[in-house]
Design a binder for this molecule. Structure first.
Ligand code: KG4
Length: 339
């Protein structure tokens, strides 16, 4: 029998609702929040309020686009965490209320696990490119940089992670010192296309295992700007594209080096990437090059699934539904955790 799941995502500044039939996506509606643009980052209080405004119309639209009525739903899945607590409370409370009213199961979803399982969303019936277990997933976002060994949909092990900043933070913080608006990652990506990636040498970390560190790179970028600005006050303006290209190349080099090591050591060539930074064009290119050079079978998400979306929550909910892994109505959101 078909399983129809409504997924709800409200962990940060996107209110999203999606409907899946088994793993087939029927709709995925996302309402972004422009209110944060003026502040150079997400303001938690404003995010919660915007979720309150958006959640009902977004869910309504997701059901409408899917051609599904509320009574057809098998369960409601929602992001329990990690994320901003006030934002999570909106989605959690809404999901609880709806599941109780419809007398259907409630399913809690870990946001990070959902990013990994986004690779199992099928956008049409002939979409069959899903990863085979076990695979490695590089999860790179504004808050995380992890290498995850995925043995099964519910058996994930973080084998490496950042000991300080996340890759997205490195993009955003370095962009900020160049005077670029938040989030800087996509702008660095765009400007880097015009620049010379060998123009500036930046420091690379030397830390053990599969862990990452980006604070040294950030500091070396900061010092480069400080020293060069003493000689030329227009240094950033005159070198912006080269700075972006060099920074981006260094971040990707760091990410790929540890991923290669994990792939070699564990002899796993099925490799996926997920999270906001997986939208980066040079990172996607690096994956394609590694597929050719190292025989990797790569899984790169479509752009719609790199950012926060409820389709990944709904698909995760589908797997949990099959396992009868339901949440209790007294479960509360959590702001921090890993997989
Ligand atoms: O997963 P995500 O949407 O949410 C958070 O974890 O907050 O990731 C957002 C991060 C930001 O740091 C943003 O700058 C980065 O993803 N990002 C990019 C690109 N698109 C988004 N970084 C580099 N290149 C991109 N094209």
């Amino acid at each position: 029998m078909d399983v129809i799941i409504l997924g709800i995502e409200s962990s940060c500044d996107d209110t999203s609702a999606a409907v899946v039939r088994n793993t087939l996506m029927l709709s995925n509606v996302i309402a972004g929040q422009k209110v944060h643009e003026a502040y150079g980052g997400v303001v938690p209080e404003l995010a919660s309020r915007a979720h309150q405004q958006n959640i009902i119309p977004v869910v309504h639209e997701a059901l409408k686009r899917a051609g599904i009525s509320k009574k057809d739903l098998s369960a409601v899945a929602f992001t329990r965490g990690p994320g901003l607590l006030g934002s999570l409370l909106v989605g959690t409370s809404f999901a609880k209320g709806l599941a109780i009213a419809l007398q259907i199961p409630l399913i809690e979803v870990n946001h990070l696990q959902a990013h990994v399982l986004a690779h199992f969303i099928r956008v049409n019936e002939s979409d069959t490119g899903q990863p085979q277990f076990p695979f490695l997933c590089l999860l790179v976002s504004g808050g995380n940089s992890q290498i995850i060994l995925v043995r099964q949909w519910n058996e994930m092990e973080v084998i490496g992670q950042t000991i300080d900043d996340a890759a997205g933070e490195a993009f955003d913080k370095c962009a900020k010192v160049m005077g670029l608006p938040y989030p800087g990652g996509p702008i660095v990506d765009r400007l880097a296309k015009e620049g010379n990636l060998a123009a500036f040498r930046l420091s690379k970390p030397n830390i053990p295992d599969y862990n990452y560190s980006f604070s040294g790179l950030k500091t070396s970028f900061l010092y480069l700007l400080r020293d060069e600005l003493k000689k030329d006050s227009n240094f950033v303006e005159n070198n912006r594209t080269d700075l972006c290209a060099s920074l981006q190349a260094a971040i990707i080099d760091i990410l790929m080096q540890k991923l290669r090591k994990a792939s070699d050591d564990l002899n796993i060539k099925e490799i996926a990437v997920a999270g906001g930074v997986s939208a980066n064009s040079a990172l996607r290119r690096a994956f394609e090059e590694h597929a050719v050079t190292y025989g990797w079978k790569i899984h790169i998400p479509s752009f719609a699934f790199t950012t926060d979306n409820a389709a990944m929550v709904a698909v995760c909910g589908y797997f949990k539904y099959l396992a009868k892994d339901f949440a209790s109505p007294d479960c509360v959101p959590f702001s921090r955790t890993t997989i």
